[in-house]
Ligand binder design. Structure first.
Ligand code: ATP
Length: 357
């Protein structure tokens, strides 16, 4: 069992509180992404796990062993960085063997271990090449090979694909998923790229301001964001978030969004909101239907991307972002009816941002 546990972990840089108190348990064999905007603390979290940064408080456990006071080399982890820094004068085989050499693995055992790692990553035919004779993706695979040759218990990956072009990134995503499936090791992956996190992770830890916002499967994070921050951060284009309030019309609770009145499915709310409660509502671009409905809006912008178009519709004081099929006949300047799928509306408390439904 190689769980990874952060138990009330704090990190201060001087006076600055980077991580006020992190509780997070990663299951054995799980692929978890730490995802969030720049400066949210994901790299600091990973570096503390790696032993490259000392926590200011709390405990970090790998399995049931507290590692706070262990040097990086004693933690049974391997880390792959964004800049994979292969040794240019060494061959692929020598690069992969390097950690074995450094750790004093007997020379006779090394070739078999290098071969096993190279086979896993399909680097066999490239073993005699120098890094400059490799593509970016191949170099990244060598960096992975160097990490996994020691058979660590936990893999830490810090934006390992960000130096690759879009096509290669997509390819390497698939390779990493496959590698994780075959190795079954615990992997912790830092990224600010939500597509990477969504496609590869069993669960995603969304962070903001050093604080864990939600730790859940990609589907849960997409369909039931825990708060308005996660709602706005996840999804491309972002969901529309708009201030509204709950009002009673003829005794029935309705959601007021500026001049728009919607009947709100209040039965789904945790607490039946009182009249006048200030909320933020969120609706994803694909959960807005155009062509019919009670609301009317002004089409401000149509952005065709091919198979779909992103349309900006202004209604009242809200700009709704809407996803429509690419062949939809719609043009800027029109006024059109539209509706929100009631069962897909996300409702958050306007002050705390916490989800209410
Ligand atoms: P990015 O995606 O930009 O790498 P991140 O989410 O990984 O961001 P961190 O690098 O963990 O963020 O930084 C978290 C906060 O801690 C930031 O406000 C950053 O400025 C600060 N920080 C990080 N390292 C140091 C340091 N060595 N000294 C002082 N402040 C630091």
């Amino acid at each position: 069992m190689v769980t990874v546990t952060f138990d009330r972990v704090r990190k201060l840089f001087g006076e600055m509180v980077a991580i006020p108190g992190l509780d997070l348990t990663i299951d054995s064999g799980e692929f978890v992404s730490l995802l969030g905007p720049s400066g949210c603390g994901k790299t600091t979290t990973l570096r503390m796990l790696a032993g490259l940064e000392q926590p200011s408080g709390g405990r970090i456990l790998i399995g049931d062993r507290e590692v706070n006071n262990l040097a990086p080399g004693e933690r049974d982890i391997a880390m792959v960085f964004q800049s994979y820094a292969l040794y240019p004068h060494m061959t692929v085989a020598q690069n992969i063997a390097y950690p074995l050499r450094k750790r004093g693995v007997p020379r006779a055992q090394r070739p078999a271990m290098v071969k096993a790692a190279a086979d896993l990553l399909q680097l066999g035919p490239l073993l005699d090449r120098k890094p400059r004779q490799l593509s970016g993706g191949q170099q990244q695979r060598v960096a992975l090979g160097r990490a996994l040759v020691r058979e660590p218990k936990v893999f830490l990956l810090d934006e390992p694909l960000s130096n690759l072009d879009a096509k290669l990134r997509a390819h390497m995503r698939a390779e990493l998923i496959e590698l994780h499936r075959r190795l079954g090791k615990t992997m912790v992956y830092v990224t600010h790229d939500q597509l990477e996190a969504m496609t590869m992770s069993g669960r995603i830890a969304v962070m903001q301001g050093g604080v864990l916002q939600q730790f859940a499967t990609p589907a849960e994070i997409y369909h039931r964001p825990a708060n308005a921050f996660v709602a706005g951060f996840i999804g491309t284009p972002s969901m529309t978030l708009a201030d509204g309030e709950i009002a009673a019309v003829d005794g029935n609770p309705v959601l007021k969004l500026g001049s728009l009145l919607l009947d709100l499915p209040v039965e789904h709310l945790d607490a039946r909101p009182a009249d006048g409660r200030r909320v933020t509502i969120g609706v994803r671009p694909e959960d807005i239907v155009i062509g019919s409905g009670a609301a009317r809006g002004h089409v401000r912008l149509v952005e065709p991307t091919g198979h779909e178009s992103i349309v900006l519709i202004k209604a009242g004081n809200v700009d709704f972002t809407v996803r429509v099929p690419g062949d939809t006949l719609i043009a800027a300047g029109e006024t059109i009816p539209f509706d929100l799928r009631r069962d897909r509306i996300h409702v958050f408390d306007r002050d705390s941002g916490v989800r209410l439904n």
